[in-house]
Design a protein around this ligand. Structure first.
Ligand code: ADP
Ligand code: MG
Length: 701
């Protein structure tokens, strides 16, 4: 097969040459003609408007004006010598100044010539002037029809130093367009272009580089954003659709004795409406005959564990095994405890498998698992090791998803000939645009309701100046029998003097809360696992009243007696992370507090963010705010997701376009769920060519 001309190596571009092509490849990762064209300008100089001289004022943006040179003369001596031309249009005046290439300018610019003048206006001794302007004879300008927006490419410094100027780049893009314009085929379905009133791909490509007007540019960019998001969505929806067809699922139709008994006899409280809704969704999935892949997003404390348990009981009622996987040893143990408590005397055999379960206990456990004696297995990553064999795994629950990679999910699948149903749970609410991307291939359930009777946590933004007051408050709470967390952004001293660190804080806390009245515990990420567990256990059991920690306690720790969360240097954390930390308190019946400590003069933006957090406990709202304020780069779950590879669109500003793209993709998918038609074939080809390669992350779920 001959290669598509768009994918020729850049070295074959006329005027490029292998050396420059190599530089560009190394610096910017652009390899083919298409890569080169897909490298859009980062901004455009507005050359559509010619401002009258009279209207000019100094300003940072280069602009165009028009005037006739009436005088040109050398002024100053030696190094200070310069050339000054005076131009006018009969109404306004402007001085043009050159400090270099005087001889050349002198020979080229003559009194009486009329020019289109382009440059930045500044004021010097009260006089408006433009230094080193770009001049085009007015007659030539009008002959050429007048250019408009001129592109500025984000060429790296290194390339510029090697002589690859913006002007050269422009000529290369023109050259590329000339060589391949016939090969830029349309890849979006016709009906989308019509509905959105968008230009063809080849035309839009030209407009994106050399637009004649702002309107043309906007439309071209809109097209590429939609194109990109469309293929992104089409890709994930195709996976979902094909998976449904290809992967049969265990049919779990029965609601049996265990579920009934649990619901009517063991359940210590009424389910929230949100829990009921999600359970209904899960039940529908489980009996559909296709494999479930569902993401359950539920804010901290919304009661996901219970939903997981009841789903697992459904599996057991239908004669299958179930497992629940947590990201840490501690969490796995905690799950085992809460599940066992919930189950009471129900006849369900449940076990724990972690790295610390060893020897004979482990052997027995694995045997019971293999012969089916064990019905529910709780554990860590240890669950997915190869030698762990189930008799018939029907449902796998994964808690706190963002710590698991897709590979691990895939390994779970391999545990059963027919892949098990998968329920992924996360307490990190994710903005919708991100969810559609990162988890676009999953069905999504949302629990945005906390169990009734919870007291809202009181969040107080506290400046450094009130530290002593804070100490007094902690003492008061601990004397009343409550427990307290104090979280630091760093373990050790950093270069940044403003950052409080754990070692220092621990000492201060010991001084402020001495033995024997108070006991302190400490956990951080650099401790050995066993030491950490021990310290954590001292806090969980109530032996220690105050826990000094880093964000290792962020996920899942459940100590209902803890009522105060103090976060040092709160301005250093993302909103979503602060929200997670705050979720560690407010789990019991007592009023809980979250104190956001910050340095005395925080930036306006930092203050705003903390106030925003204090004003709401809605995790979804907070996630949206975090995305707006910090961009997707810092959001949980985006790092390994490939989301950052978006070329044209971005998740913060293009949410609406994303919704649209998803709708179009869905329409197409629904019309041809088997993906066998001609449209699908064409889309698949375009996807592989233009969008598929770097998006491996979406291939397995
Ligand atoms: P998360 O969603 O953060 O994992 P958990 O499952 O740990 O939340 O639940 C938090 C607490 O709420 C637990 O103590 C749990 O027993 C309790 N809980 C769960 N569902 C309800 C309910 N419907 N009514 C009252 N309390 C509930
Ligand atoms: Mg949980």
């Amino acid at each position: 097969m001959t290669e598509h001309p768009l994918f020729y190596d850049l070295a074959y571009l006329k005027g490029m040459g292998p050396q420059r092509a190599a530089w560009i490849r190394d610096e910017l990762g652009l390899v083919s003609f298409h890569d080169f064209l897909a490298f859009f300008p980062s901004r455009y100089l507005d050359r559509s408007e010619v401002y009258p001289l009279q209207s000019l004022d100094e300003g940072p943006a280069a602009l165009q004006t028009r005037g006739k040179v009436i005088r040109i003369e050398k002024v100053g001596l030696g190094k200070a010598q310069r050339l000054v031309a005076t131009v006018t249009d009969g109404h306004g005046w402007l001085e043009l100044v050159w400090f270099q290439s005087l001889r050349w300018v002198e020979s080229a610019v003559k009194p009486g010539d009329e020019y289109l003048i382009f440059g930045k206006v500044s004021r010097y001794k009260g006089q408006l002037q433009m230094a080193h302007p770009e001049l085009t004879l007015w007659t030539e300008w009008t002959k050429s029809g007048g250019a408009s927006l001129s592109p500025v490419y984000p060429i790296s410094e290194k390339l510029k130093q090697r002589g690859l100027s913006n002007r050269w780049w422009i000529s290369m893009v023109q050259q590329t367009l000339e060589q391949v314009s016939g090969s830029i085929a349309e890849i979006l379905p016709r009906f989308i272009l019509d509905a959105e009133k968008l230009p063809q791909r080849s035309e839009a490509m030209k407009h994106a580089h050399f637009p004649e007007s702002n309107e043309e540019l906007r439309t071209a960019l809109r097209r590429f954003k939609l194109e990109e998001l469309f293929f992104l969505q089409w890709g994930v929806l195709r996976i979902r659709s094909l998976r449904k067809i290809r992967n049969p699922g265990h049919r779990l139709e029965k609601v049996g004795d265990l579920f009934h008994d649990f619901y009517h006899r063991c359940l210590p409280f009424e389910l929230t409406d949100a829990q009921k809704k999600v359970l209904k969704e899960i039940r529908a999935d489980l009996k559909a005959g296709t494999q479930m892949n569902r993401l359950l997003q539920g804010d901290v404390g919304s009661g996901k564990t219970l939903v997981a348990l009841m789903s697992m009981l459904l599996a057991v009622d239908n004669g299958f095994q179930a497992c629940m996987m947590a990201p840490t040893e501690l969490l796995a143990r905690q799950h085992l405890v809460s599940l066992t408590q919930f189950l009471g005397d129900l006849p369900v055999r449940i076990g724990l498998l972690t790295g610390q379960v060893k020897g004979a206990t482990r052997r027995q456990l694995l045997e019971d698992l293999y012969n089916g004696d064990l019905q529910i297995l709780v554990g860590t990553h240890a669950l997915i090791q190869e030698h762990v064999r189930f008799k018939n795994l029907g449902l796998a629950v994964i808690d706190e998803q963002h710590r698991f990679g897709v590979e691990q999910r895939a390994m779970l699948w391999a545990k059963s000939r027919i892949p098990p149903h998968v329920l992924v749970m996360t307490a990190t609410p994710i903005p919708r645009t991100l969810a559609m991307t990162r988890y676009g291939d999953l069905e999504v359930s949302v629990m945005n309701q906390l169990p009734a009777g919870r007291r809202a946590i009181r969040t107080v933004v506290t400046p450094e100046a009130k530290r002593l007051k804070m100490f007094a408050f902690l003492a008061e709470q601990m004397r009343a029998g409550r427990q307290v967390y104090v979280v630091y952004p760093a373990i050790r001293e950093t270069e940044d003097q403003d950052i409080k660190f754990l070692y220092d804080g621990y000492e201060a806390m010991i001084r402020a809360f001495p033995r024997p009245e108070f006991e302190l515990a400490v956990v951080h990420g650099q401790m050995k696992g066993a030491d950490r567990d021990l310290e954590m256990q001292r806090f969980v059991s109530g032996k220690a009243q105050l826990l000094v920690a880093t964000t290792v306690i962020e996920v899942g720790v459940n100590v209902p007696n803890a009522t105060v969360m103090v976060i040092e240097n709160a301005e250093r954390f993302g909103l979503a992370q602060l929200h997670q930390l705050r979720g560690r308190v407010g789990r019991g019946s007592e009023q809980s507090y979250c104190l956001l400590m910050h340095k005395d003069r925080p930036s306006e933006q930092a203050k705003q963010r903390l106030d925003a957090l204090a004003s709401t406990t809605d995790g979804f709202l907070i996630a949206e705010m975090d995305l707006q304020l910090r961009g997707p780069g810092d959001m949980a779950g985006t790092q390994q997701s490939g989301v950052m590879e978006l070329k044209y669109a971005d998740l913060v500003h293009d949410g609406e376009t994303m919704e649209k793209a998803r709708d179009y993709a869905r329409q197409i998918m629904e019309a041809d769920p088997q993906a066998t038609g001609e449209t699908m074939g064409r889309l698949a080809l375009a996807y592989d060519r233009f969008y598929g390669k770097s998006k491996n992350w979406s291939k397995i779920s």
